[in-house]
Design a protein around this ligand. Structure first.
Ligand SMILES: [Zn+2]
Length: 406
């Protein structure tokens, strides 16, 4: 539903005066190149053919690129990845991120990222406690685990039995997190590279061993990257439930409502989206993050996966007995969603989590529609005809009527 969230997050993080400045810059840049510096992988990803020669070379046995690719593949297999899981990671590097497998590659096009995994800025690699500053394939991979243990662990779990192509898409969504535009243009290259690596390195005969990385992750796990274990996922926390009423999705939102900038607000967004219409509200993760609570009681009718209904990320669709369809969206992966289709949720139950960290899509887009039919509602995503309601108004009114929430 939105594609400029990265700018919003950057703006919030930089402070309000800088925000205004940045918005002006955004307006200028937007027309020139939406992706000029949005994220850690775009310059390379937008230009996947720029390294065609190098890209060809990883297919040649014995070449430097081939050897590095094999080293990366073997690293992840040793960590317990399936052949497909390891190929998915290597396929992302060879298919789009760093097609020449140049160990200390600086981001093509002048961005601040670098290395096999597009550490952004590249000093993120150098400054990690696990870094030996060698830029070796092995050490860079160690640092990836150090930086995002939860991501790596859930990726391993999700790719145990997947195809190499699906694994590549998963790694793109879960770790690389390029812009929507870069995703569209590079997903195919990432997938086909993963398939080639899978064949080249005998991926079919390698099965996953979750316990290896499980141990690694548990030992290394600390702080904000911690993920919810699947075992501990619960579909409701009764202590926070307020049946029948409305509440804000984050506990950090004051009763009077969230503070939002123009592009985050419902309605006229200042010209960022199709028809300048934003059909919901964006709660930027720099200000609002953590557990996402059901704003109203209802039923989880559908969890939309990326690619379905033209949606790029996971979307939780709740329908209510009093006639609303509620969209919680831009989840990067299923592990961040705590409900499943068919669940009944009460006001306040946990829907999922929005993780802080400023990554491109780590925000909550909340949409409230008077249309309970998902297809019909999404069909009006950019149409201001009353299908989509202003969530701030709906929740505020609900809070007043119920007298609940604080
Ligand atoms: Zn939005």
């Amino acid at each position: 539903m939105k594609n400029l969230k990265v700018w919003i997050i950057a703006g919030i993080g930089a402070g309000s005066s800088l925000l205004i400045f940045m918005m002006i810059i955004i307006m200028i840049i937007f027309n020139v190149n939406l992706n000029s510096s949005c994220d850690d992988s775009e310059s390379a990803a937008n230009n996947p053919t720029s390294a065609t020669g190098a890209s060809g070379s990883w297919e040649k046995k014995g070449s430097k690129a081939y050897n590095t690719a094999k080293e990366v593949f073997d690293f992840w297999v040793k960590k317990g990845m399936s052949g497909a899981g390891a190929a998915g990671i290597v396929g992302n590097i060879g298919g789009a991120e760093n097609t020449g497998f140049v160990l200390d590659q600086k981001e093509i096009g002048g961005g601040s990222g670098g290395g096999l995994y597009q550490f952004t800025p590249y000093t993120k690699y150098l400054n990690d406690p696990k870094s030996d500053k060698s830029w070796s394939a092995q050490n860079q991979s160690e640092v990836v685990i150090s930086l995002e243990p939860g991501t790596v662990k859930s990726y391993l779990s999700r790719t145990k039995t997947s195809s190499p192509g699906d694994a590549a898409t998963n790694w793109m969504n879960m770790y690389e997190r390029p812009s929507e535009k870069a995703k569209e243009s590079t997903n195919g290259a990432r997938r086909s590279a993963a398939e080639k690596f899978y064949e080249m390195f005998g991926g079919a005969s390698i099965t996953a061993n979750e316990s290896i990385l499980g141990g690694t992750v548990d030992g290394a796990n600390a702080g904000e990257q911690a993920q919810s274990d699947e075992e501990s996922v619960n579909c409701g926390d009764d202590s926070t439930s307020v049946p029948g009423s409305w509440i804000w999705p984050f506990k950090s939102v004051p009763k009077s409502g969230p503070s939002l900038d123009t592009a985050q607000k419902f309605g006229n967004d200042g010209g960022f989206r199709t028809n300048s219409f934003h059909d919901g509200v964006d709660f930027g993760d720099a200000t609002y993050n953590g557990d996402i609570h059901a704003v109203h009681g209802g039923k989880i009718s559908k969890i939309v996966k990326p690619g379905e209904y033209g949606v790029s990320f996971y979307l939780v669709w709740e329908t209510t007995d009093d006639g609303y369809g509620i969209a919680y969206q831009e989840f990067g992966n299923m592990d961040d969603i705590f409900v499943k289709e068919g669940d009944t949720v009460k006001t306040g139950d946990k829907i999922g989590v929005s993780r802080p960290g400023g990554q491109e899509y780590s925000h909550l887009h909340l949409g409230i529609s008077k249309e309970k039919d998902l297809g019909k509602a999404l069909g009006k995503s950019f149409t201001d005809d009353g299908t989509w309601l202003n969530p701030v108004d709906v929740i505020k009114k609900g809070l007043e009527n119920s007298g609940a929430g604080d």
